[in-house]
Write a protein that binds this ligand. Structure first.
Ligand code: CMC
Length: 446
């Protein structure tokens, strides 16, 4: 096993060592307001309605201009923008993403630094509060989350036990998140900051409990209660796997922590947009998070890591990689785990996950699909079809391999994405409710 791990390590580009957390040196990078060429060039855009000759000039700030300018020209004029390819629907300071440069920051902190030095709960605090917690703030936050991990007994006995024996865990998770809201009287008091914070705490604390419960139901094992002596990721792993005297491996605990950090937020993706749209109707946060979770379930979004493992399994051998690549190029399906609406470069999360995978494989043994994945990545990155379209590995390309090596069934992969994304969804929900520019979402049709 040792020589195998040495061989694996030799191939890693740089270390995100899941066991070592050296001295923290975290510094936020605040994005500068983008200057437009020289000072003589105005930061404005002028639009002319050729039907009437009317003109409107509006400012461009941070690369966007207010599309309400169109209605100044004609009150019944709208942008036609299927799938919001050219639309910025909000201003947000939670996450910064530069898809061309492959940069991702939460609250100004580069994702690489957070993955190296932070815990998931610190990151959740950062997303919700805009700054990393002090030691005192973190102690209170961790204590609060840790003491809200239990769920009402009826959730398991009456609700989860009512699912068909082969229900998909992500369908169960999504429904359970919505159902959870019915247990809390204050859930609908979204204007009351105390109630809001209470629901945020509950959703973040209980997401792993619900997730583990769905898995244990799927495999017919008794549910493990949360253990408040354990960290957030260790508690989750313990609820998932504990039979007899199971103990959480610290390397796997740290790997889970890193995976949770990397999946915590990703600005205005499909699930987060669903969260904001539902939240804009002033629905309670449980219903909004259930909607976001349903969006995440799709194979083009959070379901992609499940699709990647199925794809690699189907390819079966590195010898079949060239034929598979040709089939993708001829339009017979997509290379799952490749391509992204925003990243036109290597997804920085994929780099971190690929590195973390080597540490996990030292404990679990190498996932045999790794060699196929590496060969596939090499083949795609040297093929003009993928290069010209700027298709690079995304977060899902390697995450499934780690999850599988850790023993998670493929059906749980999207649930593993949803647990940490809960904090991102809630941070956006909170930002939306506090933003005076936001209103009830209601687009038009063309
Ligand atoms: N394999 C093969 N070709 C692809 C792929 C792919 N994975 N992704 C895009 N293309 C091609 C596509 O066929 C099109 O080619 P052409 O210009 O010849 O018609 C071109 O690239 C542009 O594709 P698009 O569909 O317009 O791009 P999009 O921004 O709408 O799609 C995407 C983004 C993520 C849906 C897509 O890349 C995809 O389906 N990837 C596979 C699924 C996947 O890995 N999803 C996880 C996304 S990251 C996690 C998350 O956000 O949840």
């Amino acid at each position: 096993a040792r020589s195998e791990s040495a061989r694996l390590r030799a191939g890693r580009p740089f270390g995100t060592n899941v066991t070592a957390r050296p001295g923290r040196n975290l510094r936020p990078i605040r994005p500068r307001v983008r200057a437009t060429r020289g000072s003589h060039v105005p930061d404005t855009i002028t639009i002319t309605d050729d039907r009437t000759g009317k003109t409107v000039t509006v400012p461009i700030e941070g690369g966007v201009f207010p599309s309400s300018a169109l209605r100044e020209l004609d009150s019944s004029l709208y942008c036609y923008d299927p799938a919001y390819l050219s639309t910025a629907s909000c201003k947000s300071s939670i996450t910064y993403l530069d898809g061309d440069a492959g940069v991702l920051r939460y609250g100004g902190y580069p994702i690489e630094q957070l993955a190296e030095h932070s815990t998931y709960l610190e990151v959740a605090y950062l997303l919700l509060n805009g700054e990393l917690p002090t030691k005192e703030q973190l102690d209170v936050w961790v204590n609060d989350v840790t003491h809200h991990t239990f769920i009402h007994e009826n959730m398991r006995k009456r609700f989860v036990d009512g699912f068909h024996y082969d229900a998909h865990p992500m369908g169960m998770f999504t429904s359970a998140v919505a159902a959870l809201g019915t247990f809390y009287e204050g859930a609908k008091d979204i204007d009351d900051p105390t109630q809001r914070n209470r629901q945020i705490l509950r959703l973040i604390a209980k997401a792993p409990t619900i997730a583990a419960m769905c898995h244990r139901f799927s495999v017919g094992l008794p549910f493990n209660q949360p253990n408040n002596d354990l960290s957030y990721p260790a508690n989750f792993l313990n609820m998932m796997w504990k039979i007899g005297d199971y103990e959480v491996d610290p390397v796997l605990e740290r790997a889970m922590e890193i995976l949770f950090i990397l999946h915590a937020d990703h600005e205005q993706n499909c699930g987060t947009t669903a969260m904001r749209v539902i939240g804009s109707s002033h629905a309670d946060p449980y219903s909004s998070a259930a909607g976001a979770s349903a969006a995440l379930y799709g194979p083009l979004h959070g379901g992609a890591n499940e699709a990647v493992v199925r794809m690699l399994t189907e390819i079966g051998s590195i010898d079949n990689v060239p034929a598979f690549v040709e089939s993708v190029k001829s339009g017979e399906g997509r290379l799952m785990g490749f391509g992204h609406r925003v990243y036109k470069n290597y997804d920085p999360r994929a780099t971190i996950i690929k590195n973390a995978a080597y540490d996990v494989f030292e404990v679990t043994g190498k996932n045999p699909l790794l060699d196929i994945a590496l060969r596939l990545e090499d083949a795609a990155l040297s093929d003009p079809y993928f290069v010209d379209r700027k298709l690079y590995p995304n977060v899902d390309f390697y995450s499934g391999l780690i999850y599988q090596a850790m023993g998670f069934p493929v059906e749980m992969f999207t649930v593993l994405f949803a647990i940490p994304r809960m904090s991102g969804w809630l941070a956006h929900w909170q930002e939306l409710l506090n933003d005076p520019a936001q209103k009830f979402s209601r687009p038009r049709q063309g």
